[in-house]
Design a protein around this ligand. Structure first.
Ligand code: SAM
Length: 300
């Protein structure tokens, strides 16, 4: 079959019929069928011939075709084995595309980037499977994969959480991680009729541009994010109780209480009231006190 540009309802249906493909709900399969949205994503991702692009979940290869035309190389990682022969067909004319049949959450992306792009920063572009949006994004940030930008379609509500500030309902660990690692930019809101099948929720495209340096100073950013996760685990509890009851952290309660007091926000403050800067101060103060305890009493 000669290359057929996907992205329209007719061509998508044709491919699905040809391969007798059935959508797998468990994989969050909603394929894009709107060329305007595809153009917007590609434009927002600012892809050039120099770029190595990782696409997570190519589906039948709709966006992959667009990416392949702009990028130097595209690595497309798809979990659903039934889509692999389809991708080999729809992407046959693109020599710069490599298809990998794998679960993105189980893949050592850092090693892959090292092997395939000599460890140089990559761009991630994806219409993400919504059931694992947060683990994918947090994983990309926390695993220290060299990523220049992440341009993704997510559930509209998740786009809201990425941009939320302290004191709002949407504010949480994802908002803080995004702020720490990147600058978020809302590219477009996308209604359900741009997908096949139609999702029940609205969607949005967001671009996250990696910060050259984090906006706050931390002694240990892995500890900072354990602290942040613990603070939001029990949203309705005070920060003190959230940290005290965390299975991930083992901080003496006096250390927690003193460090919270130093923030000057009152003993009953909740995690959702703290900015990234305040979480960083809290984390550094806790670590310093714990080092002191570990070193024993000061000699006189
Ligand atoms: N990119 C295509 C498009 O825009 O039409 C499909 C997007 S669809 C929302 C999400 C895709 O991610 C599906 O093809 C699905 O099979 C794939 N997927 C789901 N979970 C995955 C995982 N853990 N690893 C890799 N791909 C996954």
């Amino acid at each position: 079959m000669a290359e057929k540009t996907l992205g329209s309802p007719q061509n998508t249906i044709e491919i699905l019929k040809k391969y007798n493909f059935s959508f797998q709900k468990k994989y969050g399969q909603n394929f894009l069928i709107d060329t305007h949205v595809l153009d917007k994503i590609i434009e927002a991702a600012k892809i050039t011939q120099e770029d190595f692009v990782l696409e997570i979940g190519p589906g039948i290869g709709t966006m992959t075709q667009y990416l392949a035309r702009e990028a130097g190389r595209v690595l497309a990682v798809e979990i659903d084995r039934a889509l692999i022969p389809i991708l080999r067909d729809t992407l046959q004319d693109y020599e710069n595309v490599e298809i990998v049949n794998a679960d993105i959450l189980k893949l050592d992306i850092q090693r892959l980037v090292e092997e395939k792009n000599e460890g140089k920063p990559i761009k991630v572009v994806a219409n993400l499977p919504y059931y694992i949006t947060t683990p994918i994004i947090m994983g990309l940030f926390e695993s220290r994969v060299p990523v220049e930008s992440i341009t993704v379609m997510v559930q509209k509500e998740v786009a809201g959480r990425m941009q939320a500030g302290p004191g709002t309902k949407e504010y949480g660990a994802l908002s803080l991680a995004v702020r720490y690692y990147a600058k978020p930019y809302l590219v477009a809101n996308v209604p359900p009729n741009c997908f096949m099948p139609r999702p029940k929720v609205g969607s949005a495209v967001v671009r996250l541009t990696r910060n050259a340096e984090p906006p706050v100073e931390t002694e240990d950013d892995r500890f900072l994010f354990r602290l942040i996760r613990a603070s939001f685990n029990q949203r309705r509890k005070t920060l003190f109780n959230g940290l005290r009851n965390s299975a991930e952290l083992d901080i003496p309660k006096e250390v927690i209480a003193e460090s919270i007091e130093e923030l000057g926000k009152g003993a009953n403050v909740r995690g959702e009231a703290l900015s990234l800067q305040e979480f960083a101060l809290l984390g550094n103060s806790i670590l310093q006190k714990m080092h002191r305890l570990a070193d024993g009493p000061e000699e006189k």
